[in-house]
Design a protein around this ligand. Structure first.
Ligand SMILES: Nc1ncnc2c1ncn2[C@@H]1O[C@H](COP(=O)(O)OP(=O)(O)OP(=O)(O)O)[C@@H](O)[C@H]1O
Ligand SMILES: [Mg+2]
Length: 270
């Protein structure tokens, strides 16, 4: 990290900003493969076009960079160069949306072969928050206390993303790298909710759901599935317990709240 010592302020939703940073860091990690340097910086800078001062948060990696002909495309929803099942192509479009919503913008600085820097520009704000060092908000939906959620997904990137989103939303999370590991955990204790991916080597999501129900009969379960065999999935899951990939963070949070009985069905369907 190389953080500004001036402690400049900007106005944004802390939870969303965290997700944006997380997306950029995951992209940087994916771009670098085995080794490299990830740098997160903050600074106050004057916008070139007379818009005044901005707080710039940037994420830099030493990966292969983004080729010029892709620079315009990378913000498009669903644009990805990652193999099927790896990237949803929603990361950067989400970052773009978050910056826009906060009255700012995003810039990419990248030359092929020389790494990439993605900058989030947020308008400087003179107002300090009331509580200067307030911790990131924990948001138990509708005032219901934290729940413990077991997440089983063999794809480390997807699993980390889901888990980080859930933690940011105030849930306690246990990670399992496959179905076997999840079932093993269930023999010891029952979480409040299980989120399981369909396409996994060994036991698939449906196998895990069936066995989990035998072990813990009233355990709420959400099955996440992309392409998958919807017939096999629909045979064992109620429609509102299927999370269709690619999903947005909002979809995940809504499905979780519903499964935990924290939301009215009508609210989800609106
Ligand atoms: N730091 C980076 N270095 C090189 N290429 C990048 C970098 N960040 C993004 N890209 C390119 O932009 C594409 C789109 O990124 P985006 O984050 O939107 O989707 P994704 O990472 O492919 O999938 P997702 O984030 O949904 O898992 C990537 O597939 C990759 O080709
Ligand atoms: Mg990404």
């Amino acid at each position: 990290t190389r953080l500004s010592t001036q402690e400049p302020w900007a106005m944004a939703d802390a939870h969303q900003l965290e997700l944006a940073l997380l997306n950029l860091a995951i992209n940087a990690r994916d771009a670098m493969g085995d080794r490299g340097t990830l740098m997160i910086e903050s600074a106050e800078r004057l916008a070139a076009d007379g818009q005044g001062m901005f707080v710039v948060i940037s994420v830099t990696d030493t990966g292969p960079g983004i080729p010029p002909h892709l620079l315009e495309k990378v913000f498009d929803p669903f644009f990805t160069t990652k193999p099927v099942g790896k990237g949803t192509g929603l990361g950067l479009s989400q970052v773009y949306g978050i910056a826009k919503q906060s009255g700012g913008f995003v810039r990419i600085d990248s030359q092929e072969g020389q790494g990439a820097t993605i900058e989030i520009w947020l308008r400087s704000s003179s107002a300090e928050p009331e509580e200067k060092h307030a911790p990131a908000p924990v948001r138990p939906a509708n005032g219901v206390a934290q729940a413990r959620i077991l997440v089983a997904d063999d794809d480390g990137g997807v699993r980390t993303f889901i888990c980080d989103c859930l933690r940011a939303a105030g849930y306690e999370v246990i990670e399992a790298a496959d179905g076997q590991e999840a079932l093993q955990f269930l023999t010891q204790q029952a979480p409040d909710l299980l989120i399981v991916d369909f396409a996994m080597p060994g036991l698939n999501g449906v196998d895990v759901v069936k066995r989990a129900r035998q072990q813990v009969p009233d355990l709420p379960i959400i099955l996440a599935t992309g392409y998958a065999d919807m017939k096999a999935v629909e045979a064992v899951m109620a429609p509102d317990r299927i999370l269709r990939k690619p999903f947005r963070v909002d979809d995940l949070e809504a499905a979780v709240a519903l499964a935990l009985g924290q939301t009215e069905q009508a609210e989800i369907e609106k």
